[in-house]
Design a protein around this ligand. Structure first.
Ligand code: ARG
Length: 459
């Protein structure tokens, strides 16, 4: 057991207490951030005349040596230390002796851990953004190639109106685009350094918090030392944004599972992204999509966990906050994995354009357009709606579609129908005439694709 404290204790820590309290098994993930923060701290201490140049140099050399040795595997982060902060400090003292004992001058583990976690989350915000960018670029490629690939659009999972594959993929593009924007917002809001807040009340050493914050690329120092050590809002915002990403992936997964089913056959997931059954030789299952859908619950769980942990704790630091780490790390790993696998699955998935188009022709997806046709001929919309409703019923009874009826049959239901109706309600016309911005009409779709391309390039 290696601890940073003990002077005022007369007994050894109980073994169970030690294990229960220790965080090294998971906060060892923060070792790079811990070293980065410590280097910024000592560089600032030297600038302020609190450490000599020799002391600073010795500490920085010791810290970078620890980092190199851990990275190349010659130094192992073992569980004999209470946490990553103790591990780094103890190793530093072993390496450089007394100068190492000055590292923690004007610092508490409270501002130290707040900083480490912030540095870690901040770099993950960038990594998650990169994964999202990759997925967005895959979606854009599919969109560009499919502005005239017709498919039915659904409401209530009932065929509603015709659309295109580009339009449907474009809906997901917008969702993941918002996810990227959320990452950017979080970055901006969280990018203030807590280092120099001490235990919670600052310190009497003349620290230059602006300087240390600039060394680590922060916008500036946080402005209340009590809040600085007690704040985990950025973890909550980040987990909330991760939950939203998972919600989007889960909805997309659900659609892919439906589209990949024997009944739909809109898509076929590549063999490399499918799995088989141990008993049914014919099966090819969409397990990756199902797992992504399933793992959504786990990420929501992380958000609920930290929200609940934070709700009842008084200011400033309390040990409850150590619980922020495992769930956040797990959520990050889960989301990155899901985004990467999902991108692989979507980019290799085969779209059965002919099946989708045939499906769009069936199921009266052109009924709204048929009503609009009558409206254009002067029939009030509500009457047109009634006429087409009767027409649909007529077709259902005869197991046919509106465009397969003869002009005589159509005229019997409404004399307003003319021969031009067939063109007006063809799949092509239905889609091409939808030209309001955001709609599937290929002309506006091309504009939207250009805008989204520019967005991706701006990232
Ligand atoms: N392992 C702790 C955490 O993750 C580090 C901070 C400990 N601070 C303290 N005063 N015990 O929150």
């Amino acid at each position: 057991m290696a601890q940073l404290w003990g002077g005022r204790f007369t007994k050894e820590t109980d073994k169970l207490v030690y294990d229960f309290n220790a965080s090294i098994s998971f906060d060892k993930r923060l070792f790079k951030q811990d070293i980065e923060g410590s280097i910024a701290h000592v560089v600032m201490l030297e600038k302020q005349g609190i450490l000599t140049c020799e002391e600073k140099d010795a500490i920085v050399k010791g810290l970078t040596g620890i980092r190199t040795d851990v990275e190349n595997g010659t130094l192992e982060i073992t569980h004999e230390y209470e946490d990553i902060h103790s591990f780094v400090e103890a190793n530093l003292i072993d390496r450089i002796g007394d100068a190492g004992k000055k590292l923690h001058t004007g610092r508490s583990r409270n501002d130290q851990v707040a900083l480490d976690m912030k540095l870690y989350v901040r770099s993950e915000v960038i990594e998650i953004t990169d994964c999202l960018k990759q997925l967005l670029s895959t979606l854009l490629t599919i969109m560009e190639a499919n502005t005239d690939t017709y498919m039915p659009g659904f409401t209530h999972l009932q065929k509603a109106q015709p659309t295109t594959l580009a339009h449907h993929m474009g809906a997901y593009f917008e969702m993941f685009k918002r996810d990227v924007l959320r990452m950017q917002d979080i970055y901006k809001r969280m990018n203030f350094s807590p280092l120099g807040s001490g235990a919670f009340a600052g310190t009497t050493y003349p620290l230059d918090r602006s300087y240390s914050s600039s060394l680590m690329g922060f916008e500036g120092p946080t402005l209340n030392s009590m809040d600085s050590v007690a704040d985990r809002d950025y973890v909550i915002e980040f987990l909330s944004a991760l939950s939203t990403i998972m919600m989007h992936l889960s909805r997309f997964s659900e659609e892919i599972i439906i589209w990949n089913s024997n009944e739909y056959r809109f898509v076929e997931i590549d063999d490399a992204f499918s799995t088989g059954s141990s008993i049914m030789p014919q099966k090819k299952n969409p397990d990756i999509a199902e797992l992504v859908r399933g793992k959504t619950g786990r990420v929501y769980g992380a958000l609920m966990s930290i929200l609940t942990t934070m709700k009842g704790i008084p200011l400033a630091y309390n040990k409850d906050m150590q619980e922020d780490k495992e769930v956040t790390f797990d959520a990050i790993d889960t989301v990155k994995n899901c985004l990467m696998l999902f991108e692989g699955m979507v980019s290799t998935m085969k779209f059965n354009n002919a099946v989708m188009e045939k499906s769009a022709m069936m199921g009266f997806t052109n009924a709204t357009d048929a009503a609009d046709y009558l409206v254009n001929k002067g029939v009030p919309f509500r009457d047109a709606h009634g006429i087409i409703g009767r027409l649909v019923l007529y077709c259902i009874d005869r197991n046919t579609s509106i465009d397969a009826l003869s002009i005589e049959e159509l005229k019997e239901i409404s004399p307003v129908f003319e021969a031009d109706v067939y063109d007006a309600i063809s799949l092509k016309t239905c889609v091409e005439k939808r030209l309001t911005i955001g709609a599937p009409g290929p002309a506006v779709m091309a504009e939207v694709i250009q805008k989204n391309k520019a967005f991706l390039e701006s990232l």
